[in-house]
Design a protein around this ligand. Structure first.
Ligand SMILES: [Zn+2]
Length: 401
């Protein structure tokens, strides 16, 4: 384990590394600009002004170089304090930060209507290449060979909706990094791009553990990621026709109220494969898809992953925090909270600035003070915790607003 000061070093080092990269870019730009100037054959007058610019450039460059060298020296001296394992940790922290950045991943092409021309081996036994009639191809996992995962063995139950009952909430990691897509695992929006009609969160006294997308009955519903169908059944608890797919990363996606199910339990599916048709079965007031994302049975807001309106997947790697499993934890909430806090701060600041005080002089009465500051006796009493009958002591300061 890393000690606290060591962690602080790591954070500092990460910041320095990113600064260094920035300065390296600036330096490269400065060098390019200087070279471009030298290549030109300027007139005497231009040459004079260019000379000045070059001097400025050169001094700026020298300064940057000195800053960069100083930073490098800092990095070097910090690096010496780290063991190779810790240095590797620093590298992986930097890499992970890059990975967790937001991205825009569009839906893959649905290959349902395409004829498969051939299935070819790839350089890896567990990966095959499928050729389609329209000359496109994609990598798929060879499920016969791939046995390196227990995802599809442990807690695998094709009859129980929630097989993770034994998994205690407290035993789940505080945060876990989940890879959503890679070269063999694509993404497809569960329905065509559509606005969210009803969001994740408490709704009319119940916990709404997914999002609702209004649709036209009979339109195709797609597997969001590749994986294996765990449940395909008519559910009497409200889901109606329900498909649950477990994915290679351990996530499960739920597709409810379908008019038709087109996959069977235990069947392997690829992202973008049509798994059923939209409908209004179960507890539903009109055709819509009820879509859930769960991890070890715990639901979290699907809008953390997908922008349903555009159909875009937000990221390649997702930092799933345990706090997201709360029904009150919604995507964008962190941001909303930030705005709310900011507004509260502004309000308090404005109140502080609006405060007015009055120093009591001989002959002052509460009524006269109230009139002077455009307020009431009651207000002054409330602000100062006094009664209208309190005797005013000369020299005392009263808050009047
Ligand atoms: Zn719903």
């Amino acid at each position: 384990m890393l000690t606290k000061p060591m962690k602080q070093y790591l954070v500092l080092l990460c910041a320095l590394l990113s600064l260094g990269a920035l300065h390296a870019q600036n330096n490269a730009a400065a060098v390019a600009a200087a070279e471009a100037l030298l290549e030109k054959q300027p007139s005497a007058q231009e040459a004079a002004s260019h000379d000045i610019e070059e001097v400025i450039d050169a001094s700026a460059e020298a300064r940057q170089r000195a800053e960069l060298a100083a930073e490098q020296a800092k990095i070097d001296s910090l690096s010496k304090l780290l063991t190779p394992a810790q240095a590797a940790t620093v590298d992986s922290i930097v890499a992970m930060r890059l990975r967790l950045q937001r991205k825009q991943i569009a839906s893959c092409i649905s290959t349902d209507s395409l004829a498969v021309l051939d299935t070819l081996p790839s350089g890896h036994d567990a990966v095959q290449v499928i050729l389609y009639a329209n000359n496109t191809w994609r990598y798929v996992r060879n499920r016969e060979i791939e046995k390196d995962s227990t995802i599809f063995d442990r807690y695998w139950d094709t009859t129980k909706l929630f097989p993770y009952r034994d998994v205690e909430y407290a035993s789940l990691p505080r945060a876990t990094v989940i890879q959503l897509v890679d070269s063999t695992n694509g993404y497809h929006t569960p329905y065509k791009p559509a606005p969210v009609r009803s969001r994740y969160g408490p709704r009319r006294g119940r916990a709404h553990q997914g999002v609702d997308l209004a649709l036209k009955a009979g339109e195709p519903i797609y597997a969001t990621f590749s994986g294996r169908v765990r449940i395909s059944e008519y559910n009497r608890g409200g889901y109606g026709n329900l498909v649950i797919i477990r994915h290679d990363n351990g996530l499960e996606t739920y597709y409810g109220h379908l008019s038709e199910r087109m996959v069977q339990a235990n069947q392997w599916v690829e992202a973008g494969q049509v798994i059923g048709l939209g409908g209004s079965t179960g507890r539903s007031t009109g055709p819509h898809l009820h879509f859930e994302t769960r991890y070890y049975g715990q639901s979290f807001d699907p809008e953390r992953l997908i922008d349903f309106k555009s159909g875009i997947l937000n990221r390649e790697y997702f930092l799933l925090k345990r706090s997201y499993f709360s029904i009150y934890s919604r995507a964008g909430q962190d941001f909303e909270e930030e705005i709310a806090n900011e507004e509260q701060d502004k309000k308090e600041q404005a109140e502080r600035e609006a405060m007015r005080y009055h120093k009591i002089r001989s002959g002052d009465t509460l009524g006269a003070i109230a009139r002077k500051y455009g307020t009431t006796v009651n207000n002054i009493c409330r602000l100062n915790g006094i009664k209208p009958t309190t005797i005013l002591r000369i020299g005392r300061t009263l808050r009047v607003r």
